[in-house]
Design a protein around this ligand. Structure first.
Ligand code: SF4
Length: 404
């Protein structure tokens, strides 16, 4: 991973949970509600669900007066900063500011009158509210589209962001983060690379209209992860055609997987299974995931299909289980602590995960059952010894090889 590119910092000014973006702030996760913003209770319910799934910031559309009125009631009850999403109508931006939102997202492709852009920027400046310049490959300013030969290019997207920044400069406003999203992953990556060369404003990463999972998840991850690995990006959003809770969860999981945020929940690792597997690894892994993920224990758990390679390969996991001769070998940090019947493997994982959550890894290791390691070693040795039926009649071939 390349060291994170240093950007200037902006702050979304929530009264009890302000979120800094850029500088040395952790990369944050965003998502967007799918409810009508005028439905105050429904929207708040979704905001809380997104917060629970890992979102640090939530965006709501502000597309009509009723939405702005809804925001006036939502904002004071939200656990996270609220961004109002504005398209076409600059008056909706002013209405959202009146509602008390913590940030605006403006699309320079569809609010184009300089006097409107500057009026919004001046109001944001007075209120100390930042703006995201949200350039979108699919809704580029037609003038730029023509200038770049009727094509959406990385250069055109970067120029769109710079034009908007120039209007903000004229009124002395620079409390800004920027996104240059496209649904085409290589184009999106190139646009962000170019943008990061010409500005130190924090960058909001995303692959727009990525589509439904799993393809949408892959596209979004490909674009966002490639840039994060280059040190580019200060806040991220997965744009999936799915329940937005999946977006928030995916964002959080990506940052945890890349070591950019501390683990908050379960990290289940499992071997891909192979001919050596002594158990249905996919089923055990899925059952373990279902049993453990609601517990919110920051723990890495391994499910391995055999005891020949499993415990060694997963020795860094806090807790794990490997299957061997119809039994499960439960291990903590690679050390076998118990041997359980195969149908009790998942229950045993849950019990020991709780134990680790309550008392820590060292206490769990101290509870290792006498003789467990020796029992496990017996299974392992027997499996290594078991050569099976020699269907290939290898001795015949070995004789032939030796005569060559
Ligand atoms: S742990 Fe065992 S079953 Fe799983 S992939 Fe490795 S060798 Fe195969």
């Amino acid at each position: 991973m390349t060291a994170r590119r240093r950007t200037r910092q902006i702050v979304l000014p929530h009264p009890t949970n302000p979120v800094a973006v850029g500088g040395d702030a952790p990369v944050s996760v965003q998502s967007m509600t799918t409810t009508k913003t005028s439905d105050v209770e429904g929207t708040l319910q979704q905001i809380y669900a997104l917060y629970g799934a890992g979102a640090d910031i939530v965006r709501c559309t502000c597309n009509e007066r009723e939405a702005a009125e809804g925001l006036a009631q939502i904002v004071p009850r939200s656990p996270v900063p609220i961004v109002a999403d504005i398209h076409h109508q600059y008056r909706m931006a002013l209405a959202a500011l009146e509602a008390g939102v913590h940030c605006l997202r403006l699309n320079p492709g569809n609010i184009r009158k300089p006097e409107h852009i500057k009026a919004v920027a001046m109001e944001c400046k007075d209120r100390g509210v930042p703006i995201r310049i949200g350039v979108n490959g699919g809704s580029l300013d037609p003038k730029l589209y023509d200038k770049y030969g009727g094509k959406v290019t990385a250069e055109a997207m970067v120029e769109s962001a710079q034009m908007e920044l120039a209007y903000f400069d004229e009124v002395g406003f620079d409390d800004v983060k920027i996104s240059v999203k496209a649904s085409n992953v290589p184009l999106m990556i190139e646009a962000y690379r170019q943008l990061s060369e010409v500005t130190d404003h924090p960058l909001h990463l995303g692959v727009t209209e990525a589509g439904p999972p799993p393809a949408g998840l892959l596209k979004a991850t490909a674009g966002i992860a490639a840039l994060l690995a280059e040190g580019i990006g200060d806040t991220i959003r997965y744009s999936l055609t799915a329940d937005p809770v999946e977006e928030a969860r995916a964002g959080r999981q990506l940052l945890e997987a890349m070591g950019l945020r501390e683990r908050k929940g379960l990290d289940l690792i499992a071997c891909p299974s192979c001919g050596r597997a002594e158990v249905d690894v996919i089923k055990v892994a899925n059952d373990a995931q279902a049993a453990l993920e609601g517990k919110n224990i920051p723990i890495q758990v391994a499910v391995m299909g055999c005891v020949v390679n499993g415990p060694g390969e997963a020795r860094e996991a806090d807790l794990g289980i490997a299957a061997g001769r119809r039994r499960g070998h439960l291990f903590v940090k690679g050390k076998v602590v118990k041997v359980v019947p195969e149908d009790e493997m998942v229950d045993a994982l849950v019990e020991w995960a709780d134990l680790i959550a309550e008392n820590g890894v060292e206490a769990a290791l101290a509870k290792a059952e006498d003789g467990a390691a020796a029992e496990a070693e017996k299974d392992r040795a027997a499996l290594l010894e078991d050569k099976g039926v020699d269907a290939n009649e290898s001795s015949v071939h070995i004789d032939a090889i030796r005569k060559l």
